[in-house]
Design a protein. Structure first.
Length: 1089
RNA sequence: AGGCUAGUGGCACAGCUUGGUUAGCGCGCACGGCUGAUAACCGUGAGGUCCUGGGUUCGAAUCCCAGCUAGCCUACCA
């Protein structure tokens, strides 16, 4: 089958559907993998998207990057592992299900519908979304192993995470510890740092007076108070001390008959200016107005001491009557209700005296441990006060803020009560403000392996470099121990069994181990067994003889995905594929994953296998809206991938995402820019249509081309060189992950090299009938350039390239792959000719400037000129002109091309330089001026160039002029126009000779006939009969060119006449008739098929 | 508050590593041209405090410091 003529416009919807059906029907993805099965391995690990709903542009970009790189790698010959992954456990899904089932809290989950049911609902939810998201990714043309993805709810996968926990235990990196951690009172679970979002939020900001017990100042009898600032009044019931920085200065300030103690540096911030100036106008003795200033001292600094002096002072706990427990504390612990030294105290905000509640803040907790304060955290899992806080019992902590504020006001212990707007941590999913509680949790001791983690970070190849050396390094460097236990249901159960009798724990590493150790017979499936609630019921025996029960927690979901490197390969249950694919050559995710997946894999990797599981990481950016703001539902600026695919198609979206910016920077999503990309695709399609139009007409088959039947011109060798350079450069860019370089080079090639230049150069040759070797040379080169182009573009935009491949290759060649994506990434180093490419660059500049010159003289390109002269001092440019003279002749429509280092026909006009001569010559100035105006500038210039001076004899005086004294204007001869280009000038001879006029008129005529052919909607190859009616002058001008005209307009016959047409065979209705005016000539053209 | 990254005509980007003529390209805008790829193309023009302020240098969009804005990340704002 020959090459087929193509649809005139690019219909992305139709093509993409057709191609995706083709892939599906013929299992092309599997075929490609089969083809590369013996190739060298390239292992890639997909960062698992969370199955909570729809994909967005960010996830689309993520997958497009992966797909493009991996398609390239496959074409390079690699056997690529590209299993898709899904993150399916965790709180976000629990929340969605809670919402769906209208459940308010954990109690309702456990009692209303039961854990069993709840977990099943979560599973259904996750699977449903996994499926719909898979379809969305497929619609982008993303090729991954969608049939066998890794899923974090898969029992075999989960076993691998148990194995990692066991490894951690073996290395003594697993601890159960009482610590203050961030807690979500809605989800009733611990949260890791990675699960906290920050939002602006309004909170109370109160300054509380803590009465000093006894007195510090001896010289007065006023009551003294420590002034303490807090934004969380609800933590005051757990206040056990006040921290000060011993190095700071603290002042005792007298105000309103009491003494306040606070940091000296913060006096003005907290208390306001010390002095108020009252101004009043009075009349003085002279009757003039005068301003009288009176100073009022608003407070008085009575004493200033070092913080050290305050240490160990005691205060009366303000809520002692409300909370009796504090009396106990005060009696049992020496440091309770005292001033203690704390390095964490700063002067940025507050008063320099810090409320310290060891149960409600990590720093406070450290203080508590250091000074032997009780870790008092009288709040339960749902954020409700326990009975330990007397009056406030059974109330949700945040709701007590106002009550406490009132109580303090009633005791006159509130100095100031305001509101503050600040960033506050909230639960990443339910957005409930977090609270800090002291609880026992399980931790991985990351701080102990941090050094090795940093060592591993430095071994990884990061793109860009700073992602690893800066951002990720800093994050790991600051890492705290990782809280991995969650008091939830839908997740990987923590495989730790605790003895009810002794302290012993057992960490189970696999299902078989559990089955072996279980005291009861297990009849559940692996899936059931490894999930809650079934696994909760399994008891095993302790070495002490007692029963061990599982810790009821589940694992942090970040641990789920963190073990993906080996869990997706079911290691250590299965070892073979692990040996084949681990560690991974490449991963890529957005920069938010610094704290997420990059980190969780590194941590669990060092624990399990003593190394980072990835060798190369691309950290990519985010997709922002047009203004550069984050896309969010609340701002209403979210653009969905479906919307873009609907309007522009997946290929254009893919190209755009890889084109808009560097992959590691953020993309501003601008609709208008998609139009740009669309335009490029239209032009590509146009070139394709142009090619198929002629190639199908001539039944062109590239397989039949050989040295004997085709001739290649310079421009043919040039486009072939360019196309091979393109393949080389794009391949290099895709390999280095510089996708923007690849797309920009392709864009340049399509627009500049192929469409605007090469097609323009060969237009005339395609119009030739018969199997002319010169025409076939153009076809062959155009074909070859197109094939290189679609190969280079295929990893980026896989549909349109497949479509073109179907027609241009599969329809004609005997030797083809079933899909373009099975092709090898091949180019010919031999065909790359940098010298020729450089010469063509010069040529384009020159030809553009000829067009400019003609334009400025209003001399149409359609009219030939007898000669143009290229002037340059650069011999490379002149060589290029001489070598590629024919192209200039053709494109500039000139009979001759001349070259020169200097343009001799240029005449010079000498002018006096008034600046130098004026002062010197004074009155003689006029004489010189007149002389120069009449003189031959060229002679003067020659003289100056030769001798450096020019002497004039005037009225008996000799005046010597030097180079600076004379300025030259240049003047073009008549019938000459010029323009500059980068490296020289062109001079165009516009003199019209009879021969030129004859040609010009012929071409004008041809243009009109072509225009009419198009009006008539004739086929390109259709022949016509033409009659031209014009005056004798015109017919004389064109008659000598009759043969050329006939050929150009595909006429069977042409008749030139100056008379009315009135013979009997003539019928007006047979003809399409149009009247024209060309310059001063009026004519009528008659055309019939 | 700290870290990383970015800031270049109305819009989107290049140039910055290695300082050096007149800061480039595309879109948009204005004007003109072309017309067998034509919903395409070509030419000309207007439009720039290269985020701001300092510094280094003969010379800074480029190097250094400080600040502002945006994105991401982090933080014990008690």
């Amino acid at each position: 089958m020959p090459i087929q003529e193509t649809e005139k416009s690019f219909n992305h919807k139709e093509i993409e559907k057709k191609i995706q059906d083709f892939w599906k029907k013929n299992n092309i993805y599997d075929e490609v993998n089969l083809l590369r099965g013996d190739g060298p391995k390239y292992s890639f690990l997909d960062g698992p998207p969370y199955c909570s709903g729809n994909i967005h542009l960010g996830t689309a970009w993520n997958k497009v990057i992966k797909d493009t790189h991996l398609r390239y790698k496959s074409m390079e010959g690699f056997n690529v592992r590209r299993q898709a992954g899904w993150d399916m456990h965790g709180l976000p899904i629990e929340h969605k299900v809670e919402e769906l089932l209208n459940l308010k809290n954990k109690q309702e989950i456990e009692e209303k519908i039961g854990i069993d049911n709840f977990v099943n609902q979560c599973k259904d939810f996750a699977c449903k979304h996994k499926n719909s998201m898979t379809e969305q990714f497929k619609s982008l043309g993303v090729w991954m192993d969608w049939k066998n993805p890794y899923m974090t709810l898969d029992p075999q996968y989960m076993e691998s995470s148990w194995w990692t926990m066991q490894k951690a235990h073996e290395k003594d990196l697993l601890v159960n510890d009482l610590r203050v951690i961030s807690w979500c009172p809605h989800c009733e679970t611990a949260l890791a740092a990675a699960e906290i979002d920050y939002e602006d939020k309004e909170d109370p900001s109160i300054y509380v007076k803590f009465p000093l017990k006894g007195e510090f100042l001896t010289n007065n009898s006023l009551k003294e108070y420590f002034l303490v600032w807090t934004t969380t009044p609800w933590t005051l019931p757990a206040n056990l001390a006040i921290s000060v920085n011993p190095d700071f200065k603290y002042s005792f300030v007298k105000k309103d008959d009491e003494i306040l103690i606070l940091a000296s540096n913060l006096l003005e911030t907290v208390l306001g200016p010390q002095i108020k100036i009252h101004k009043s106008k009075i009349l003085n003795d002279n009757g003039e107005e005068e301003i009288l200033e009176e100073k009022e001292e608003l407070y008085e600094i009575v004493e200033t001491v070092n913080g050290e002096k305050l240490l160990n002072l005691e205060y009366d706990y303000p809520l002692i009557h409300e909370i009796p427990k504090h009396t106990d504390f005060n009696q049992k612990f020496t440091n309770v209700h005292k001033i203690l030294p704390g390095g964490h105290v700063e002067l940025g905000e507050g008063t320099g005296l810090v409320h310290t509640a060891p149960g409600h803040g990590p720093d406070d907790f450290e203080m508590g441990k250091k000074y032997d304060l009780p870790i008092f955290s009288p709040v339960d899992e749902s954020g409700v006060y326990t009975s330990e806080v007397g009056k406030y019992e059974n109330k949700f902590v945040k709701s007590v803020n106002d009550l406490i504020i009132d109580d303090l006001k009633n005791k006159d212990l509130m100095y100031k009560h305001e509101l503050i707007n600040h960033r506050y941590g909230v639960c990443w999913r339910c957005k409930t403000p977090i609270i800090y509680l002291a609880t026992k949790q399980w931790f991985l001791k990351v701080t102990e392996i941090k050094k090795e983690m940093l060592n591993q970070v430095s071994k990884v190849n990061w793109v860009p470099k700073w992602a690893g050396s800066g951002r990720f390094h800093d994050w790991v460097d600051n890492a705290k121990d990782w809280t991995i236990s969650r008091q939830r249901y839908w997740g990987i159960p923590i495989p730790i069994w605790e003895c009810s009798n002794c302290d012993n724990i057992d960490v189970i590493g696999s299902l078989s181990e559990l089955k072996e150790k279980s005291l009861s017979k297990i009849d559940a499936s692996d899936y059931e067994l490894i999930h809650r609630p079934y696994v909760d019921s399994i008891e095993i025996e302790c070495t002490c003889g007692s029963k061990m029960n599982r810790v009821p927690d589940v694992l942090d979901v970040w641990m789920d995905s963190g073990v993906a490197p080996w869990a997706s390969l079911y290691y250590p249950q299965e070892k073979e594929s692990f040996d084949e694919w681990y560690p991974y050559d490449f991963i890529t995710e957005g920069h938010d994953q610094t704290r997420g997946w990059f980190y969780s894999q590194l941590g669990s990797g060092v624990i399990s296998l003593d190394e980072a599981p990835y060798k190369k990481v691309l950290m990519h950016g985010f997709v922002l809206d047009e203004q550069g703001k984050k896309m969010s539902k609340s701002l209403g600026n979210v653009v969905s991938p479906e919307e873009v695919i609907e309007k522009y198609g997946a290929d254009i979206l893919r190209f755009y995402l890889l084109w808009a910016n560097k992959p590691w920077e953020d993309i501003k999503f601008v609709w208008d820019e998609l139009n740009n990309v669309k335009k490029m695709f239209n032009i590509l399609w146009n070139v394709y249509v142009f090619s198929t139009t002629y190639m199908s007409l001539d039944n062109f088959n590239p397989d039949n081309c050989n040295e004997n039947n085709i001739v290649l011109r310079d421009e043919d060798r040039w486009i072939i060189s360019k196309a091979n350079t393109l393949l080389r450069d794009v391949g290099d860019a895709l390999n280095r992950l510089y996708f923007h370089d690849a797309t920009r080079k392709i864009n340049q090639f399509i627009l500049e090299d192929l469409s605007r230049w090469y097609v323009r150069l060969i237009r005339g040759r395609t119009w030739v009938e018969s199997d002319d070797p010169d025409k076939l040379g153009a076809y062959y080169s155009l074909y070859s350039a197109l094939i290189s182009l679609i190969n280079a573009l295929s990893p980026i935009s896989p549909h349109i390239t497949e479509e073109i491949y179907e027609n241009l290759v599969k329809n004609v060649s005997n030797n083809f792959n079933q899909s373009i994506h099975m092709n090898n990434w091949e180019f010919s180093e031999e065909d790359i000719n940098p010298e020729l490419e450089e010469k063509m660059d010069y040529l384009r500049n020159i030809i553009d400037s000829v067009a400019r010159a003609r334009d400025s003289a209003k001399y149409k390109l359609r009219w030939p000129v007898s000669d143009i002269t290229i002037v340059s001092q650069d011999s490379r440019i002149l060589d290029a002109v001489n070598d590629l003279e024919d192209i200039i002749k053709d494109q500039s429509n000139t009979k001759n091309v001349l070259t020169a280092y200097e343009f001799e026909k240029l005449s010079f006009i000498a002018k006096p330089n008034l600046k130098t001569l004026g002062p010197r010559l004074k009155g003689d100035m006029g004489l010189v001026k007149n002389y120069l105006a009449k003189a031959d500038g060229n002679l003067i210039k020659n003289e100056l160039d030769d001798t450096g001076k020019f002497t004039i004899g005037l009225e008996g005086k000799l005046i010597e002029l030097s180079n600076e004294d004379i300025l030259f204007d240049t003047e073009l001869p008549d019938d000459m126009t010029s323009a500059e280009f980068d490296g020289g000038n062109v001079f165009v001879n516009t003199k019209i000779t009879p021969e030129i006029l004859s040609e010009a008129m012929s071409r004008e005529l041809i243009r009109r006939v072509q225009d009419m052919r198009k009006d008539m909607d004739l086929d390109v190859e259709a022949n016509i009969h033409v009659i031209i009616k014009a005056n004798n002058e015109f017919t004389n001008l064109v008659s000598s060119k009759e043969e050329i005209i006939i050929n150009e307009i595909r006429a069977n016959s042409i008749a030139l006449t100056n008379e009315e047409i009135c013979n009997s065979n003539f019928n007006d209705n047979d003809y399409y008739i149009k009247n024209w005016k060309i310059e001063e000539y009026e004519l009528s053209i008659f055309i019939k098929r």
